[in-house]
Design a protein around this ligand. Structure first.
Ligand code: SF4
Length: 319
């Protein structure tokens, strides 16, 4: 296995509501991303994927666990101590409308991290980096003088990608980077990220609720449910041999375009709503929606175990 760029160990993120209650956004999540690899993190909205990403990049201070970036423990570093390491790890946000400063030109948006990390000393000097990265993401140098509101959603996301990539990071956290875009644009953005990865060998943590797109981009897939990782394995394995009932439900929820195949489909999606992360169910958190739940599922939380080489799972059905 190649060298890990990110190690997440027992990461926990609880947001206090008051003295007694907290939102259990992330609980005991562990995974490793190697250099040049993409780990796709999937699950329904509200399952903790974005909280996990924001804790890793230290927008939030983790409540527990450990985050190692290229071997350095960054879990409790101050923002000042983190600053030099930030160029190794960048983020692409979900909403290209909200994440770009409307009062800055595209040139200034992309030059900002270069100036912050003292890679260049002036905006003029930054152009040597801004123009090539704009062209690399499918825009032109003529776009550099325009403002974000002059662009379409897809173009804005390309600007967000250019800003993240201009520092040549080792790891990019992509927080639902395509979900706000038209379907016709989604594949273009994903192809751009993949091509750049093949060129530069960077790693991605790719967060999405769309399992079909995650299959296309990921080497490894992690499935999250109500703040916890329930299945983690090779991308092809998760689609050919899904084991956790929740993963199977997510896969069954993917719409099938062919009506004949859709009629033949044996399984249905997941019934019921996601329980509150303030009071998650005892034992297995999925038990209130699981068609296979048995008495032990309400009493004992299942542990993540390796059921076959490289395939980890938390479910009593496989104890
Ligand atoms: Fe279902 Fe029990 Fe497995 Fe949870 S541990 S997924 S409730 S069978």
């Amino acid at each position: 296995m190649s060298q890990p760029i990110l190690q997440v160990e027992h990461l926990t993120q609880h947001f206090k509501l008051n003295r007694k209650e907290a939102v259990h956004a992330v609980d005991d999540v562990s995974f490793v991303i190697s250099r040049g690899q993409t780990l796709g993190l999937v699950g329904e909205s509200g399952c903790g994927k974005s909280s996990c990403a924001r804790s890793i990049i230290r927008i939030y201070d983790p409540t527990g666990g450990k985050i190692l970036l290229d071997g350095t423990d960054i879990t409790h570093l101050s923002q000042k101590e983190l600053q030099p390491l930030r160029k190794k790890m960048q983020m692409i946000f979900q909403d290209p409308y909200a994440s770009l400063n409307a009062r800055m030109t595209v040139r200034d948006i992309i030059a900002e991290p270069l100036l912050a990390h003292n890679i260049v000393r002036s905006k003029e000097e930054a152009n040597d980096y801004v123009y090539p990265i704009l062209e690399r993401v499918g825009l032109t140098r003529e776009h550099a003088g325009r403002y974000a509101h002059e662009f379409s959603g897809g173009q804005r996301q390309r600007v967000g990608i250019a800003r993240a990539l201009v520092l040549q990071p080792d790891l990019v956290i992509c927080d639902e980077p395509i979900s706000a875009l038209d379907v016709s644009i989604q594949a273009q953005v994903v192809n751009l990220l993949r091509d750049y990865q093949q060129e530069k060998g960077l790693a991605y943590l790719f967060i999405a609720h769309d399992l079909s797109m995650v299959r296309y981009v990921s080497d490894v897939v992690g499935v999250m449910y109500l703040g916890q990782l329930v299945e983690l394995c090779d991308s092809e394995e998760v689609y050919s041999h899904p084991l956790h009932p929740y993963t199977k439900g997510l896969l069954a929820s993917i719409p099938i375009a062919d009506p004949k195949l859709a009629r033949q489909k044996q399984t249905s999606g997941i019934e019921g709503d996601l329980p509150s992360p303030v009071n998650p169910p005892s034992g297995c958190r999925f038990r209130t929606r699981c068609p296979y739940a048995k008495p032990i599922c309400a009493e004992v939380p299942p542990c993540m175990k390796e059921v076959s080489p490289g395939h980890k799972l938390a479910c009593h059905l496989y104890d």
